[in-house]
Design a protein around this ligand. Sequence first.
Ligand code: SF4
Length: 401
Amino acid sequence: MKMSFVCPGCSCLCDDIEIVDGKILHACRRGEEIFGKYKENRAKPMVKGKEVDVDSAIEEATEALKDSENIAIYGMDTTTVEAQQHGIELAEKLNAYIDDNSSFCLGEFVEAILRKELPTTTLEDVRDRAYVMVYWGANPFHSLSRHMSRYSYYPRGAKRPRGYEEDRFLVVVDVRRSETSKLAKKNAMFIQVSDDDELVDSFFKVVDGKAAKYAKEAGIILNGMKKSDLNVIFGGLGLKYGLKDLGKFVEMVKKLNEVAPVYFIPAGFHGNMRGFNETLFEKVGYVNKYSFRDGKSGGEFAFTELLKNEKIDTALIVGTDPVYSLPFEVSSKLGKIKTIVVDPRMSFTARIADVVIPSAVSGVEAGGTMVRSDGVRVKLEPLEEREVNDVYILNKIKEGL
Ligand code: SF4
């Protein structure tokens, strides 16, 4: 029987991965590494640099959390929704702060979708029906390798049988010539912006028939959008950091919808970042940087700010590597507090942690649910089951408090 696996490597969550005679089929390079090299560089249970057994590491972590006053739980974008639920309950029980990578990635776009301010659709609908597709501040060539081939530009869809040759209109908006922008040749357009707000402004003006900096480009795009019952904007990190005002962008999408149906899908890359956003949103009404003590979300509760301002004495970090990804002046603060790491790999953060608890690789050694960038929930079956996974660890800590 042919069996397909879901790759947890990015928010595409490709569900067509096959392993035949040890060969990994259909995955991109990152996906191949996830399935082919998951046994490498594994974390070992450690307490203060000494190897211990897993239960002792979990006990030590529990005691450290009991003795702490200001705790942040951070990460969980690569684990399952089921583990995220335990992590959030743990944060609630500890009156802690909780945050993930989305606070400096695409969390605010996801929040606007969950608040129904931005209209959204599924990648299957994009594949089947979308004509104009705008990659705005996103370079899927690098971050979401199979996005264009599985869901957007290249596939032939039910209502788009001639695919990219005739049935798609690709727009790439970026501050520089990215690899994705080089695909914008036939039925396509590359808009090089120095200020994303000027393009936002141009769409407003062109809908109202006024002159604008990007009037020609916006006019062509709007005419294309009118030909279809579905058009999509994929927004990436470049859009997040290019916009001065997300509210104005949201208004622009509404304005475009006066002319043609236009939807928004975030183009972020952590496998289950949206799962974290949705799970926290269901519980507290916010997607990230939340303080259970204060009962609200705010920039001051972002993990980077808590570290920078020395607001926490303990960090529980799950499946992410802030020592690798955050600026040194921020991540170096981890050395001054108690750090507990739950991770399958011996990450840079694990190397400086007081307690390391090795866990299963979600999606490879542990099953569960993840949420694709468009909000579709996907079930993951493990290749081989490992009992000590994030659900087990976080639940055990929670019960031990
Ligand atoms: S595109 Fe993403 S989900 Fe698909 S195989 Fe590559 S890493 Fe995995």
